[in-house]
Unconditional design. Structure first.
Length: 328
């Protein structure tokens, strides 16, 4: 009998790749989606669907008891919310509800929680690397909510691995895609002139790390930073994109006060409709941070993590997918 894995956030960008990685590993996949989710892109996959009520630990416990899952990968969450309370509800409270329900599941061998490097926050100097021992200093409400979830999970006795991916890109992503599309149109904008060290992870590497973590021993339980193992300057993503697409761009450095003013206008405009824009004042704290570069030796050693894609290879594959699917 195949081992069962529950994947939350299954209809999303990362969720799609988690499903593919889990199927490739021979697992029986149960995809947790909302009844309003668009799941047409999952139609060709041999998976089961389930609908979870994250507001109720009791309801979740019933689901887990009846299904007898061997593994859980919790990737559900939100990157855009109206306020800290909403972030905390979706990213922390719902996570804890699922974790508490899991605590009473005798079949559960491992749970993987997809957190974020935003829970630790960036460094304010380029001479050091972010490690698992770095003192957390999240600079956004999103990062604070992920950190809150991590802290509360520590109080539960679970076979738990927490993964903190940096900026994730790849096919089906709609966030970094906006930046890549801007480059493809010949415009290359930057905020200010301060040098930055950035990190990225290709979604297939994150998915592989998540699924492989399910089969680690209890000694490996803990938190891990996940990147492709490299550090990049702020221009490398654009340079690779231009090379792959054979495009030229106009490079523009926008003054931070101007961008802040634009973000404020967007926030007020979107706020009238109860929405949060992709570019907002808080997001600028992440976009203008000096150093997001990580040490991933702990993940290499304990999880056997070995990323297959650097930014050059990952972006080439990503851009080809966007072109083939008429996104670019």
């Amino acid at each position: 009998m195949k081992q069962k894995v529950l994947i939350t956030g299954a209809s999303g960008f990362v969720g799609f790749h988690l499903i593919e990685a889990a199927l490739a590993k021979g697992l029986d996949v149960y995809a947790a989606v909302r009844k309003t989710s668009d799941i047409k892109h999952l139609a060709s996959h041999k998976i089961n669907y389930t609908y979870l009520n994250f507001t109720s630990a009791e309801s979740l416990e019933k689901e887990l008891r009846e299904r007898e899952y061997d593994f859980i990968i919790h990737a559900a969450g939100t990157t855009k919310a109206k306020n800290q309370e909403e972030y905390n509800t979706v990213n922390a409270l719902y996570t804890i509800n699922l974790a508490k329900a899991s605590a009473n599941n005798p079949h559960l061998k491992k749970i993987v929680f997809i957190s974020s490097l935003a829970a630790l926050g960036p460094l304010d100097q380029t001479e050091r690397l972010i490690t698992e021992q770095t003192n957390p200093r999240p600079v956004t409400a999103y990062g604070q909510s992920k950190l809150l979830a991590e802290k509360q999970l520590k109080g539960l006795k679970l076979p738990l691995i927490v993964l903190r991916p940096t900026a994730v890109y790849g096919s089906r992503d709609k966030d970094i895609f906006i930046i890549l599309k801007t480059f493809s149109k010949g415009f290359e904008p930057y905020i200010g002139h301060i040098p930055q060290q950035l990190s990225f992870v290709y979604v297939k590497d994150l998915a592989a790390a998540s699924v492989n973590s399910l089969f680690t021993s209890d000694e490996a339980n803990g938190a891990y930073n996940i990147t492709d193992g490299n550090c990049y300057n702020r221009y490398e993503m654009a340079n690779i994109t231009k090379s792959v697409l054979n495009k030229k761009t106009i490079k523009v450095h926008l003054p931070l006060p101007v961008v802040k003013g634009f973000a404020l206008v967007l926030e007020k405009a979107f706020g009238m409709f109860g929405k949060t824009p992709a570019v907002n004042l808080e997001k600028l704290n992440e976009l203008t941070a000096i150093n997001w570069c990580c040490d991933i030796e702990k993940a290499r050693k304990n999880l056997g993590y070995s990323p297959s894609y650097n930014l050059q290879r990952g972006l080439k594959e990503t851009l080809e997918w966007y072109k083939q699917n008429a996104w670019l």
